[in-house]
Design a protein around this ligand. Structure first.
Ligand code: SF4
Length: 280
C-alpha cells in the first residue's frame, strides 16, 4: 500500500514513549504511525476466535490484579476467591507455590507494585509501568508477570524494548525507591515470570555497559522516529495477523490463532466492570 499523503508523520514534542509504542515501532513503523501519531482507532478483530482472545486478555488482567493485591499484603486465601476460571486457579496456585521457592524473596523485600517511572530523553519522555519492583539489601528486582500460552525464547525477550526500557528507566528514575540514591545498573535484575511455566522464569541481570548500550539504543530509535518522513508497512505479514489495522492496510481480515498471541496486559488497562461483562 502506498504512503497516504494525508497521514500525519510528525511526532509532536514532547512525546511520551513507552515500551508498547517502541515495540509497535519495532514490529511495524506504520502501526506506530497509525496508533500514536495519527491516533487512528480502527475496529478490527485482533485474532480469532474473538471471545477466546478477549477471555485471555481479561484473565491476564485479573491475574495481574491478584498479584498486585498480594504485594499490597492481602491474605492469599482471600485473593484466591478471585480465581474464577480454571486458568486463573492454576496460575494462582503456581504463583503461591513459587512464592515459597523461586519467588521466595518477595516475602522479605520492600514491594512496590504497579509503579510508574518516567524520565526525559532528548526533547521527549519515556515512561514505564512496572508490575512489581522488589527491593532487598539495595538490590532491585523488576518482576513482570506473563500469562502467555507459549514461553518465548530468552534471546527474543532480552532484545525486546520492554527489557531495555524497564531496566534503564529504573537506573534513571528509581532513586525514590532506594532512599533517594539512584540504583546503579549492577544493583538491578529483571525477571519475567510465566504463570504457565512457573519454574522457568527468564532472568536478566544488568550492568553499566548494558545500561549505556540500552540508553544509546533508546535514544537512537527515538531520534529515528522523530526524524521520520514516512512509515512503511512491515514486510513481515505475520506481524499483521494480530494487528487491528489489518483491514485498513489491506493485509486481510482473517486473524491468527489466539493461542499464538503474546498478550501484554497490565491491571490499568481494564476495569472491574469489563471483567464482569465477560462470561467465562
Ligand atoms: S496491518 Fe500489518 S502493515 Fe498494517 S499496521 Fe498492522 S502490522 Fe503494520
Amino acid at each position: 500500500m502506498p504512503e497516504n499523503p494525508r497521514l500525519q508523520t510528525e511526532v509532536q514534542a514532547p512525546f511520551t514513549f513507552s515500551q508498547s509504542s517502541l515495540q509497535d515501532y519495532t514490529d511495524c513503523a506504520r502501526r506506530f504511525q497509525l496508533r500514536y501519531v495519527v491516533q487512528l482507532k480502527w475496529p478490527a478483530i485482533e485474532s480469532d476466535p474473538v471471545l477466546e482472545n478477549e477471555k485471555s486478555q481479561v484473565e491476564g488482567q485479573q491475574f495481574h490484579r491478584m498479584v498486585q493485591q498480594f504485594a499490597l499484603g492481602l491474605p492469599a486465601e482471600k485473593i484466591a476467591r478471585m480465581a474464577i476460571t480454571d486458568n486463573l486457579a492454576r496460575w494462582w496456585e503456581n504463583f503461591i507455590t513459587a512464592t515459597k521457592t523461586g519467588l521466595g524473596d518477595l516475602g522479605t523485600s520492600r514491594l512496590y507494585p504497579e509503579v510508574t517511572l518516567s524520565a526525559p530523553i532528548g526533547k521527549h519522555r519515556i515512561l514505564a509501568k512496572y508490575d512489581l519492583i522488589a527491593v532487598k539489601d539495595n538490590q532491585a528486582t523488576i518482576y513482570d508477570w506473563k500469562t502467555y500460552h507459549n514461553r518465548p525464547k530468552d534471546e527474543r525477550v532480552a532484545a525486546r524494548p520492554q527489557t531495555r526500557v524497564y531496566r534503564a528507566l529504573l537506573v534513571m528514575a528509581g532513586a525514590h525507591l532506594n532512599e533517594s540514591q539512584s540504583f546503579s545498573a549492577s544493583q538491578i535484575n529483571m525477571q519475567y515470570w510465566y504463570s504457565d511455566f512457573p519454574t522457568e522464569p527468564a532472568k536478566f541481570p544488568y550492568d553499566a555497559s548494558l545500561y549505556k548500550h540500552d540508553w544509546e539504543e533508546l535514544t537512537n530509535i527515538i531520534n529515528e522516529i522523530t526524524n521520520k518522513q514516512s512509515y512503511p508497512l512491515t514486510d513481515d505479514d505475520k506481524k499483521c495477523s494480530f494487528c487491528s489495522y489489518r483491514s485498513y492496510c489491506d493485509r486481510g481480515v482473517g486473524a491468527g490463532d489466539a493461542e499464538d498471541v503474546e498478550l501484554d496486559v497490565s491491571v490499568e488497562d481494564i476495569t472491574l466492570e469489563q471483567i464482569q461483562e465477560i462470561e467465562f
